[in-house]
Write a protein that binds this ligand. Structure first.
Ligand code: KIV
Length: 259
């Protein structure tokens, strides 16, 4: 094994040493290579794949076959970063299917898997860990539940929801998760969870007090100008820049300047 490969223990250790974790998504070989070269320690082949690459309206359309295809592409970059893959919608409804599908993502090249939920999937998480597969949790807004919830809503404002989030975070720790993504959780609750549990919290739209932050890379780079998200301020206008370069090349071709 590559001695410099980032492990789940390394990610956990970053919390202990007070080092913030910068995590991003990748769905293919070039982006995985680039993020790895820049030194991102945690790369997620997220099921956001459905929206940002495959053109679906939400993540519920993503299949195991889609995830395996994109995990294989990302893994060909042989990143030093920990490569985490999402178990897609309905791929972990039962304990046997959760273990079987987690094994398939590892066989495709992932180092760890992530799935959405706390108590509701805790038997699946335990079984995945018993199978020796590193597991990352995901609490708060759960995109795979967007249809039943009727939208993307901030979690933790109401007291029962706040208490449920604390209990879910504790349950994931006990079940053996090495980290947990906190999505669209009210910042004081995300801060409370981060102070309470020994594993790193990686926030997305959950305020500054998580142990790390994760973004969907095309959102960070401004590649999808047709989506606008409150929690992301693009650092680049990649779509505009690509359009300009392509237009310039079209002009060169039509004016017979291109070789
Ligand atoms: O699928 C994804 O990209 C994710 C991030 C939003 C954390 O789960």
């Amino acid at each position: 094994m590559n001695p410099t490969k980032t492990t789940p223990d390394d990610i956990r250790g970053m919390k202990q040493s007070g080092k913030k974790i910068a995590a991003l998504t990748a769905y293919d070989f070039p982006m995985t290579k680039l993020l790895d070269q820049v030194g991102i320690p945690f790369i997620l082949v997220g099921d956001s794949l459905g929206m940002v690459v495959l053109g679906f309206p939400d993540t519920t359309h993503v299949t195991m076959a889609d995830m395996e295809h994109h995990v294989r592409a990302a893994a060909r970059a042989k990143p030093k970063s920990l490569l985490v893959a999402d178990l897609p919608f309905r791929s972990y409804e039962t304990v046997p299917s959760a273990v079987e599908n987690a094994k398939r993502l590892l066989a495709a090249g992932a180092d760890a898997v992530k799935a959405e939920g706390g108590h509701a999937i805790i038997e699946q998480v335990r079984a995945i860990r018993v199978a020796g597969i590193p597991f990352c949790g995901h609490l708060g807004m759960l995109p795979q539940h967007v249809l039943e919830e009727g939208g993307y809503r901030i979690k933790g404002k109401k007291e029962p929801e706040h208490q449920a989030l604390l209990a879910d975070a504790d349950a994931l720790v006990t079940a053996g998760a090495f980290a947990v993504v906190l999505e669209l959780i009210t910042p004081p609750v995300a801060k409370e969870i981060s102070g309470r549990i020994p594993i790193p919290t990686i926030g997305i739209g959950a305020g500054p007090d998580c142990d790390g932050q994760i973004l969907v890379t095309p959102d960070l780079l401004g590649m999808l100008p047709w989506f606008s998200l409150k929690h992301v301020m693009p650092k680049l206008n990649a779509a505009e820049q690509m359009r300009a370069v392509i237009q310039e090349w079209i002009d060169d071709v039509t004016a017979a300047r291109a070789k």
